[in-house]
Design a protein around this ligand. Structure first.
Ligand SMILES: Cc1cc2nc3c(=O)[nH]c(=O)nc-3n(C[C@H](O)[C@H](O)[C@H](O)COP(=O)(O)OP(=O)(O)OC[C@H]3O[C@@H](n4cnc5c(N)ncnc54)[C@H](O)[C@@H]3O)c2cc1C
Length: 563
């Protein structure tokens, strides 16, 4: 069986679990009616299933190549990309005035979920362009917007994000790339960037790099960083690609997976650039792009998990060992857990997207705070789910999972980087317990209160499941109160397990909602029981670890670790 986009599941979640209805009820997104949602999901699914998914092995077996300074994409990618662009899929949630569809981000997230399951390496290209569109929309001058947004939204040009340098990874403030004013409003950008996804390709007529660099008088650290638009070809008087800019791809990385996505070492050699937003405001602008990308990367994990699950499910029905292996209890356990994890992670990501849309449409701070709280959870849990489910997918295949020809291993290799890029999952967790709790936990407590109220309301229909969710939310609330009183070092030491516990509670909450919506004995009620009875209890172990703080870790000295 080949990949089939989960249209019905997405539709169910947007109807019953994380309703899109409040978003569609706003003036800004009034067009996002049920009919539009159906049309978007159905059309995008055709592209995913018939055009993108059949190319997934091509990306793995025939990686992008650097030939005479130009990146040649994997066979078939260019043609598939043209269909993505022609269908308007790059600009689903981009402003109508620049050629976008103007739909809620939630729709783009649902489509990106399907596209990631179909072909992650290819999907990463439009995903980065979407992030760039978002950053330009919010931070660029009208001149830059008018020139670049229509081309990016139509997919004629693509966008990249250039943060990382050899010495500046998680510590972006250590970057050394320089931007010197040319005296005519433009800048000369010089420096080396590494790990730049889709830093070049033959799929688009221009590649627009958003580059973080420091002005000559820029302060050290993140405070002195500015953001520049540095296109591969300088736009001519008609806004078409003109002369080549002074930048090049030095080499492509050889990677564990995601071979279809070229990861470039870039050299900027006095390349002409235009500042986006003001001097030293680079991090704020880049954060707009990164926040968009963080949620999308979480969704990449979910898409891969879906693909890996579908493959494992099929294999388990075909493979006979005494009987079809799907009839063995342990295989059934793996498949049920995989499906339950995907549902939970998908619901959390969509809840984050809905909060972002509600924040934009209403300006209500509570929605914006909800979105900020959910972003690191959606990113880390989505990608952890991608890794765990694709790992289980290999296990279901037995020895054949370790053999490349089944494709089960490719999911595992491809998804691994999603827990690393866009800020490692460790950095996401620190963001959750640090910056996202600067409000004294207000956004977290408000969300947990909703979880508890929902659980109370569900007691009549599904008492066992509802009680378990209420109890878990209450325990998490108590832990959060305790944690806010701890110093940062102790919070950071427990941040990864704390995020996992938070995600577990939210996952259980959404499963419970689905179960109540469909009723006792329904498919979703059975799946919810798997999640709440078997997976939710892990939250308690995670919180126990989170409570341990840092002392015990540092008690074990570097010498002890080396002994
Ligand atoms: C395939 C691929 C594609 C990529 N695409 C892009 C791209 O398009 N654009 C771009 O700019 N970058 C890109 N990156 C870079 C990516 O974002 C970085 O790899 C990532 O941010 C981590 O940085 P690093 O590799 O230097 O690891 P490091 O920062 O060296 O981290 C190593 C380990 O230390 C931990 N760590 C580091 N600092 C802290 C801290 N303060 N507290 C706790 N733990 C910490 C990390 O969590 C990690 O576990 C890509 C990377 C890869 C592999």
């Amino acid at each position: 069986m080949s990949y089939r986009s989960p249209v019905a599941e997405l539709r169910f979640i947007l109807d019953k679990v994380v309703p899109l209805a409040p978003v569609s009820a706003t003036e800004k997104f009034a067009e996002a009616t049920g009919e539009t949602v159906d049309a978007i999901l159905t059309e995008a699914a055709k592209l995913c299933d018939e055009v993108m998914a059949p190319l997934i092995r091509n990306g793995d077996l025939h990686p992008a190549k650097l030939e005479n300074g130009v990146v040649r994409s994997s066979p078939g990618f260019k043609e598939a990309y043209e269909q993505i662009a022609e269908g308007g899929w790059v600009g689903i949630s981009s402003p109508v005035e620049y050629g976008g569809m103007g739909l809620p981000l939630t729709m783009a997230i649902a489509v990106n979920d399907m596209m990631s399951g179909a072909n992650l390496a290819l999907q990463l290209n439009p995903l980065l362009t979407q992030g760039q569109i978002d950053a330009l929309e919010h931070h660029a001058s009208d001149e830059i917007k008018e020139l670049y947004l229509p081309k990016l939204i139509s997919g004629e040009w693509s966008g990249t994000m250039n943060l990382t340098e050899p010495q500046a990874g998680s510590d972006v403030g250590a970057l050394r790339t320089k931007a010197e004013p040319n005296g005519d409003g433009t800048y000369s950008v010089t420096g080396q960037k590494i790990f730049i996804s889709w830093g070049d390709s033959d799929m688009t007529k221009n590649v627009c790099h958003l580059v973080l660099a420091r002005l000559p008088d820029g302060a050290p650290g993140t405070k002195g960083i500015s953001l520049f638009m540095v296109p591969k070809y300088l736009p001519d008087a008609n806004g078409e690609p003109g002369v080549a800019n002074s930048l090049k791809v030095v080499s492509l990385e050889h990677k564990m997976g995601l071979h279809g996505s070229p990861t470039c070492v870039m050299s900027f050699e006095g390349a002409k650039g235009w500042m986006v937003d003001g001097p030293n405001k680079g991090m704020a602008a880049m954060f707009t792009m990164m926040n968009n990308a963080r949620l999308n990367v979480g969704v990449e994990g979910i898409g891969i998990a879906e693909g890996a699950y579908q493959k494992a499910l099929q294999y388990a029905q075909d493979r006979v060992q005494f009987k079809p292996i799907i009839e063995h209890a342990d295989v059934r356990r793996m498949l049920a857990s995989m499906k339950a994890e995907v549902f939970a992670a998908r619901s959390i990501a969509l809840a984050c997207a809905v909060a972002i849309d509600m924040g934009h449409a209403t300006g209500d701070e509570a929605w914006t705070a909800r979105a900020a709280l959910l972003t690191p959870i959606a990113k880390a849990y989505g990608t952890d789910t991608g890794m765990w489910v694709s790992d289980q997918g290999i296990q279901v295949h037995g020895g054949m999972g370790f053999i490349e020809e089944t494709g089960a291993a490719q999911y595992f290799r491809d998804v691994r980087v999603t827990a690393i890029y866009e800020g490692t999952n460790g950095i996401q967790s620190m963001d959750l317990v640090g910056r996202k709790m600067m409000d004294g936990g207000k956004a977290a407590f408000r969300l947990l209160q909703e979880v508890e109220e929902d659980a109370k309301a569900g007691r009549e229909a599904l008492p066992d499941l509802a009680d378990a969710v209420w109890q878990a939310a209450e325990t998490l609330r108590e832990h959060t109160e305790w944690m806010i009183g701890q110093d940062m070092q102790d919070r950071f030491a427990g941040s990864v397990p704390y995020l996992k516990a938070f995600a577990r509670v939210l996952g259980a909450h959404f499963h419970l909602r689905a179960a109540i919506a469909e009723g006792a004995g329904s498919r979703h009620a059975k799946l919810a029981a798997v999640y709440i009875r078997r997976l939710l209890p892990q939250f308690a172990a995670a919180l126990a670890e989170a409570r341990e703080g840092a002392e015990g870790l540092y008690a074990l000295s570097v010498e002890d670790l080396s002994a």
